[in-house]
Ligand binder design. Sequence first.
Ligand code: AKB
Length: 311
Amino acid sequence: MDKVLVIGACGQVGTELVENLQYIHGSSQVVASDIKTPINEVFSNSEFVHLNVLDKAQIKEVFQTHKPTIVYHLAALLSATAEENPKFGWELNMDGTFNIFDACIEHGVKRIFWPSSIAVFGPTTPRVNTPQSTILEPNTIYGITKLTGERYCEYYFNRYNLDVRSIRYPGLIGWKSFPGGGTTDYAVDIFHQALKNGQYDCFLNEQTTLPMMHMEDAVRATLEITDAPSNLIKVRSSYNIAGVSFNPEQLTQEIKKHIPQFKISYHPDHRQKIANSWPESIDDQIARADWGWQEKYNLEKLVVNILDNLR
Ligand code: AKB
């Protein structure tokens, strides 16, 4: 029986991932951890431990006590927050990752999942149907940490045989948990505001097309790549995966089909510059061929599902 440790469990992905892992492995086989105090009730079903990924002694204690065989390391600052404090963004995203990777080697962890992001791409990357292998010149600290992390994933696999698997998350949209500090956060916020106030003031302009994905697809991708036989995982840095691409105006039109009086206004802020450096759409042929990735949600289904559930 596997013992699963989720690090950074209280975030947008972690909260939904923990719920799925409890169902798959049994609640007693899942340990959730975060530096934050959990608020979602999902965390009361499994053991929860306080863990600061910059504290090596604490990491050692958690690994010694719980002896995880599978680790999901999700703790990171997202793009907008990291930009406010680049030094800490680097420290948390990189030193935290090195500490966890080293602990996984030391404690014989079988498999580890580490998330990368579309932020590894930059202004010089082809923006439409961005290929798996292409120019990677990110100009945000978050993107720089994700790119460095990807190189480390491949290096640790080749050098230490650490079985790390990774995907480049697009913007993630779910109804069970909130994002925090990302550039794509508008696409979650807009649903809450549309239902609550019938209007939304968007921090990106109407033409900002970005790759996005329903959280259910993202969690399924995370579980599928982590559970896939090792020989199928041929990209040892991180896989492109695509869900759906849209801009705020297209999302608004889709929401209006269900809330006709919904109104949007645009006041782009510092996050516009980050969004402008990212691709519009992603080519994920390699993930589809290697481990069978297939999204379920298009824009229409995504909007219906999020509105229904939030209602
Ligand atoms: C962010 O906006 O920072 C994240 C991401 C695309 O990695 N959602």
